[in-house]
Structures are given as C-alpha cells and as structure tokens.
Design a protein around this ligand. Structure first.
Ligand SMILES: [Zn+2]
Length: 77
C-alpha cells in the first residue's frame, strides 16, 4: 500500500461568518439565533444585523441574507 493510495481531493468547506458566529455561541444563544435566522417574517436580515450589533456581534445584513439564501460558502456541499 503506497503512501498516496486512495488519495482524494479534500473538500474545503469554509464556514461563512454567520456559521462561525453560531459556532462561537453557547447552545441556548445558538438556538435562539438559528431560530431568528430561520424566521424571515419576524426578522429581516437588517433587523437581525442591528440586534446582533447591539450585543457586540458584528455581522452585516448582506452576510445574513447570503447565508439565509444558501449562497454562502458554508452551505456549498
Ligand atoms: Zn453560511
């Protein structure tokens, strides 16, 4: 068996900023933010961005929108 047998390209899934924030949060906060991200009727991306900024989390509305639409790097599987 050679050193490189079975070598496969490594899929680099870069977590986008939204996912990095989610992963940095405590479980309860994470659930709350995940629910807010999923609830587009209650939370516009802009409102969510502002609410997070007030809590010291800096994320642009555009970044949230891209994640919500599934166009961010972390959802490309
Ligand atoms: Zn993402």
């Amino acid at each position: 068996m050679g050193l490189l047998d079975g070598m496969e390209p490594i899929l680099l899934l870069r977590p986008c900023k939204v996912r990095r924030i989610l992963e940095s949060l405590e479980k309860d906060d994470r659930k709350l933010l995940e629910a807010a991200i999923a609830d587009r009727t209650k939370w516009t991306s802009y409102a969510l961005s502002r609410a997070l900024a007030e809590r010291g989390i800096d994320v642009k509305a555009d970044t949230l929108s891209v994640h919500r639409r599934g166009e961010c790097s972390c959802l490309k599987t």
